[in-house]
Design a protein around this ligand. Structure first.
Ligand code: ARG
Length: 279
């Protein structure tokens, strides 16, 4: 029997890719010699925004800044839970100036922003499940930042170690499908993930917490299929992650394919371009 999944409308923060480029290499996907088609990138990005709006989601935008080519990856700039904004401190010096522009947006929108003392790349590594935060480390966000986030939010933070440089942020290897009881799902929240992106111990933790998770193949993960956004029913997902989309459909989710191939040249996808504001 297929379950009927219930969507919940979200509020997203995004940043137009008009200054998007690959000018430096801070992950294995980035090759500054490969040209980026900015017009194509903008078309793809606009299709994502249209898809969000067509499914009832609210989208706010931060003004992009020239010289900050990765600013389009809004997920990295903060994590917002219960209306509390935990800002960012980027690992790469090239990205550090992005934080202040997002902080300015949040302040203008009436939020206080906590600036982390240790490297923390927002929702790239801190993933809210509806009950606690799953927190990636290994490449970017530090253990110290996990502790700081737990202290700040007062929600449990569960550290997970990433081991494959292709999946350098937690949101390239795992995403939340639904928010569990808060979203009318009988059981705990559920997730999809690629086990081999994690250390053996972290894999065991995920298997214990999510015995019913949707597991992805390496092909799905390399196609950025885990860099997806779910509203509890619709899953905005890279079209090349076909096996994963089929598994999700079997579980009653509705895949909504959105192609952000141009952003893969920077190591990014749908979720990277999307920050959720949970007020
Ligand atoms: N070029 C960016 C970086 O390496 C891509 C960030 C992708 N964002 C994400 N949430 N995974 O930092």
């Amino acid at each position: 029997m297929t379950v009927s999944r219930v969507p919940r409308s979200r509020r997203f923060l995004v940043c137009d890719p008009r200054h998007f480029a690959v000018q430096y290499a801070i992950n294995p996907w980035m090759h500054p010699d490969t040209p980026v088609d900015v017009d194509l990138a903008r078309d793809q990005w606009q299709a994502l925004i249209r898809a969000y709006r067509a499914h009832g989601h609210t989208v706010d935008t931060v003004e992009p800044v020239p010289g900050l080519p990765d600013m389009v990856f809004a997920a990295n700039s903060a994590v917002v839970v219960d209306g509390r904004v935990f800002g960012s401190l980027f690992h790469a010096p090239q990205r550090r100036p992005e934080s202040v522009h997002y902080d300015t947006w949040f302040k203008a929108a009436g939020y206080d922003v906590h600036r982390p003392e240790s490297v923390c790349e927002g929702e790239g590594d801190l993933v809210w499940t509806g009950r606690y935060l799953l927190a990636g480390t290994g490449f970017r966000t530090t253990r110290e930042a996990h502790r700081e986030a737990q202290e700040f939010f007062g929600h449990p933070v569960i550290g997970l170690t990433l081991v494959d440089p292709h999946f350098y942020h937690l949101d390239t290897a795992l995403f939340v499908l639904d928010g569990g009881p808060a979203e009318g799902v009988a059981d705990i929240a559920n997730i999809a993930y690629y086990p081999e992106a994690f250390s053996p111990g972290s894999r065991e933790v995920l298997a214990r917490l999510y015995p019913d998770a949707v597991l992805a193949t390496r092909e799905d993960a390399l196609a950025f299929g885990l860099n997806s956004v779910s509203d509890g029913r619709h899953v905005f997902i890279a079209p090349r992650a076909e096996a994963l989309a089929a598994r999700l459909a079997d579980r009653g989710y509705v895949p909504v394919p959105v192609d952000l191939s141009e952003f893969q040249k920077a190591g990014g996808g749908i979720k990277c371009c999307t920050q959720e504001i949970r007020s």
